[in-house]
Design a protein around this ligand. Sequence first.
Ligand code: ADP
Length: 613
Amino acid sequence: MKKDKTKIEKKKDSLPLKDVIGHNLWALRQIHSASGGFIAIQLFTCIYFAVAEFIVDSWLLRHVLNRFQEGNASARELVITIALIYACHFVLWYVRNAVANFVMPKMRVRITSRITKNLFEKSLAADLACYEDPDFYDKYVKAMDEAASRIYGVLNTLCNLIEVIVMVLANGILLFTIDWYLVFFTAFPIFFGFLRKKELAVYYRYVADQKPIDRRKQYIRRTFYLNEYAKEMRLTDMQDSQVQTFRGLYGDYKKVLRKHGPLRTFLGFIGEFSGDVITSVGAAVYAVYLAVVKKSILIGDCAVTINAISQLGWVLNRSVTDFAGFTEHALYIRDMRDFLDYDPKIKEDPEAPVPTPGVICFENVSFTYFGAKDKVLDNVSFTLEPGKRFALVGCNGAGKTTIVKLLLRLYDPTEGRITLDGVDIRTLRLSGYRALFSVMFQDYKCLSMTVAENVMQGPTSAQDRPTVEHALRESGVFDKIETLPQGIDTTLTKEFDPEGAVLSGGETQKVQLAAVFAKNAPVAILDEPSSALDPIAEYKVFESMIRATSGKLVLFISHRLSSAVLADTVLVMEKGKLVQCGSHKELLADSHSPYAEMFNRQAENYFSEEVEA
Ligand code: ADP
């Protein structure tokens, strides 16, 4: 596995310039393919504002003031031009804030949605073995966490840089011809910090309103990439419910934008505009004093100097961080690309035949987990016939769950093969093959969705209600669910709904069992279906399991050997080997067999517990 071509290699945290450029260009291509006009709008906006600001603040002002001083312009012309400058400025800043608070977030939503969808699809396709590779997992989590912000980061950094270049060029040329005074006036915008404070308070409320939406988004993301959900997300339709909810969240996000966007735009405009007005007016008045009273400089030159100095100081300072930003983005994007380029070993082949239920055979199957030295399964062979019940028993760590994982093609055998009616399951259509099974895993967790969705393991409709209710009755938890505030429509967990239900371990297990009954697949697999149940509940669960799965192939793992009595065939595992196979009676016949010893030991313990009780 270590030499596997599909494995993502560990890479260094520094990059040659060529790669930095390559990864940053890749990010721009992603933005372009998600929303064609986005880059153009961003670049146009930043160049437009940089040039417009220079023309309005510096060139126009200087031109008109100098003309006035030289006696080439009337006072009326001067007043009109200054009024025009402020009107232009007003419009410029207002439009800029509107673009930043309305237009851009909307486009970002579209792009994030697309990037996240690609990552979701990729994460579902990733082999389960990847979860055991820490290097892969790091990149996986980083890709999910950083994807959108890093991709935008590239564009923002690029825009900042373009702005810097435009401003440095324009103001640099201007200052080259004028001496610089009046730097004092650059301090004026600081006095308008209080307005910025108000704006930040609004921003804080905006973030607070957005938090629950973000938390929900994070939760859904987790269900797509955390190991604990990986099996169910691959084998059921729960992913559809999650994707649906995820899409709905973007509607909520737009509402928050509508609620806070106008005030943020207004305050942002007032704060920035006022600072700008005072700086310009103050500098202009002082410049007029110098030029008219002291006659030491020209009025226009003085005014543009102030503006140029304040702009230059700000952008040059920022440009240092901007350059470093490209390398930082490239490192994250490299990891994200590695993750997206990963080619899973177990994947859907649309050309492969769709299987029908049949006889399943393990033929000399051995298996070693990624990074482990020892085999977890060693030359295991057995046959599972349709319509029969099989119990898989053995001590902890014997390899029972691993057999189930191989059976479901969450992993492929390291040696040997598994066949369905004589055909290697690796040659069958993955989705069609997995659809033959309904599974309840030992470590299954109910998702924060309604009871009905958990039972149907995906989105539900009104037609599903009888199926859900019947399945819950069969698993013996319907009475409890009926007492919940919204019955089968009650959300499980309180993570997002204060009225949500928190079920006990046993009740949760029964909901999961109901999911197996509801799916009604030809093969039912139950890994420790009664581990959280008391003996009476366990007896009832097994009774209903037999009823609900009659005529199907059932494979169940159970530590309590009393339930093995219900199986047609018992498979006994010991340290990765199949040591016995036969009916309960046959296996008990030899009182020294591993099964008989285990059975008698459990019977004794159970008896002594009863006596002590
Ligand atoms: P059982 O279901 O019989 O309790 P498992 O099949 O879960 O046993 O595990 C068999 C062995 O494989 C155990 O020693 C366990 O520690 C190991 N194992 C299980 N899963 C992994 C994994 N993902 N990576 C490495 N080892 C694992």
